[in-house]
Design a protein around this ligand. Structure first.
Ligand code: GRF
Length: 218
């Protein structure tokens, strides 16, 4: 019998979302995103890692993973505007869908073509415990000093103010008796490792809609 099998059209699948990850330090957030992508839990491609400081661990992590790295040292640029322009020049050059701030310590001026396409994660429940100077351990120290009963993390779209912009999602953790900034930071970071990939997934699936200062999730 002569069986003729017609050729099949290749499946039509959206390409993975193209991410730029911006960092200034240890790169644990980058590491988590690399892990999520490798495990197939996040359909994304990191097409650029941009560091605002040379010599940081985050650059090593990117190099080990074979990711393209650009170093844009904040100190070499005077104003926020000029620095931001240099960062977004790198971003545009490789065609990025979404910019993900991952322990990025510098203020950015978001250009019009990237408005609503830059996300940040903060290790507290914004709008509390955010803003200039409220980063790293300062955040957890302030949360404990205030006697808060819970903390958590916030993923938000970035505007031109520190830790500000429409909130996408938050995950909460309790404050436990005897907590130190270190123990609290570790508990919050475990939630960050879930929250950031989740927010990126929602964005990639077109489920996030910004309505003024609010985000609607479909
Ligand atoms: C986390 O606390 C995150 O919320 C904040 O930076 C810290 C992670 O930095 N944006 P890194 O990824 O370890 O450099």
């Amino acid at each position: 019998m002569n069986l003729s099998i017609p050729p099949r059209d290749p499946p039509i699948v959206d390409p993975p979302i193209r991410l730029a990850v911006l960092l200034s330090g240890t790169g644990r957030t980058l590491e988590n995103l690399i892990r999520e992508i490798a495990a197939g839990r996040l359909r994304a491609e990191i097409v650029l890692v941009a560091a605002s400081r040379p010599g940081v661990r985050g650059i090593e992590i990117a190099n080990e993973a074979g990711l393209p790295v650009a170093v844009v040292p904040r100190r070499q640029f005077g104003s926020v505007e000029v620095f931001s322009q240099a960062v977004f020049d790198q971003v545009r050059a490789v065609g990025v869908d979404l910019v993900v701030l991952a322990g990025f310590m510098s203020l950015l001026r978001i250009p019009q073509d990237y408005a609503g396409r830059v996300m940040n994660i903060h290790p507290a429940l914004l709008p509390a415990f955010g803003g200039k100077g409220c980063f790293g351990h300062h955040v957890h120290e302030a949360v404990l000093a205030a006697g808060a009963t819970e903390s958590g993390c916030t993923v938000h779209f970035v505007d031109n103010v520190y830790d500000h912009g429409p909130i996408i999602l938050q995950r909460r953790v309790p404050i436990e008796p005897g907590d130190t900034p270190d123990t609290l930071a570790a508990r919050v970071f475990r939630e960050e490792c879930q929250a950031y990939p989740e927010a990126i997934r929602l964005y990639a699936e077109g489920k996030l809609h910004v309505d003024g200062d609010r985000v609607r999730i479909d």
